[in-house]
Ligand binder design. Structure first.
Ligand SMILES: NC(=O)c1ccc[n+]([C@@H]2O[C@H](COP(=O)([O-])OP(=O)(O)OC[C@H]3O[C@@H](n4cnc5c(N)ncnc54)[C@H](OP(=O)(O)O)[C@@H]3O)[C@@H](O)[C@H]2O)c1
Length: 254
């Protein structure tokens, strides 16, 4: 079948494209770098001829709640409008495990995305997969939270999962019937984000000072609360952080 992937060039988007293609689907990749801004519903609709499902793995790099809410609300509404115009029957979105009580910072946007989808989907049926932080989140945090020689690791208990396994699950869900809230997907092991980042620096031979700190406000409190690691009944990925570090999916820090 034909599957559109919004955010096709991103960390999980690249794996989602690969998994959908490996399963024999035709992929329509959507990203600004390929000339598609999802905020333009009419233009997006023209790319969705015969598309049977659209997977939304777009993101915005911010920890400001207002910016995150604006991006995910506008983006989800625009994609739903494009799907309505083009007759796409199934919208698949990726959200984050354990954020219900963290209506702040980046997570406020993810909760807003889920609310828009459930309340405004109209004739477009939906599936939402919540996944834990990716192993790649440790890399993303290293890049975003390094000031000079010091990296700040936000205090958080996590159960990271390989983006590769999340992409594969999204491709499977898109090929199936709309499922509403799908089973959560978590990683195989629980750890503090700071320990994972230290392990990565050591693995890559990077000399850098890493300081663990609780981020301010409700966002920081939520990250530190342990809820991001999810519940014991979540489905589990099988690729460990160690195995991922040794794989081609990991971009070395040095
Ligand atoms: N990172 C994690 O640990 C994690 C865990 C669970 C769930 N998630 C969710 O997974 C999703 C993807 O995260 P990620 O880390 O893979 O993101 P990412 O690497 O930052 O990639 C974001 C993608 O969105 C595209 N994009 C952004 N704005 C766009 C626009 N206006 N129009 C079209 N494309 C646009 C980007 O391409 P261009 O810049 O070329 O437009 C890129 O392909 C997010 O919704 C996130 O909340 C992430």
């Amino acid at each position: 079948m034909k599957i559109a992937i919004a955010g096709a060039t991103g960390v999980v988007g690249r794996h989602t494209v690969a998994a959908a293609e490996a399963a024999g689907h035709e992929v329509v990749p959507l990203s600004r770098s390929a000339g598609h801004d999802i905020l333009d519903a009419a233009a997006t609709a023209t790319a969705l001829d015969d598309v049977q499902a659209l997977i939304d793995v777009t993101s915005v790099a911010t920890i400001k709640g207002r910016e995150s809410v604006e991006f995910f609300e506008r983006g989800t509404r625009a994609l739903l409008e494009a799907e309505r115009l083009a007759g796409v029957p199934h919208h698949v979105a990726l959200s984050i495990v354990g954020i219900d009580d963290i209506d702040d910072g980046y997570y406020a946007g993810k909760l807003a995305q889920e609310r828009v989808l459930t309340a405004e989907h109209g004739a477009v049926d939906w599936t939402v997969l919540r996944a834990t932080q990716f192993h790649e989140f440790a890399e993303q945090t290293l890049v975003r939270a390094t000031i000079g020689p010091v990296t700040v690791a936000p205090k958080a208990l996590v159960r990271t999962v390989a983006a590769r396994e999340v992409g594969a699950r999204l491709a499977e869900l898109a090929a199936g019937a709309p499922a509403g809230r799908a089973s959560d997907l978590a990683g195989p092991e629980q750890a503090s984000l700071a320990d994972l980042m230290r392990q990565m620096l050591q693995h890559d031979g990077a000399r850098r000072r890493l300081v663990e700190a609780r981020l301010p406000g409700a966002f920081g409190r939520g990250m530190a609360s342990g809820s991001l690691a999810g519940e014991p009944d979540a489905d589990r990925g099988s690729i460990t952080f160690d195995a991922w570090l040794d794989s081609a999916d990991h971009t070395r820090v040095v």
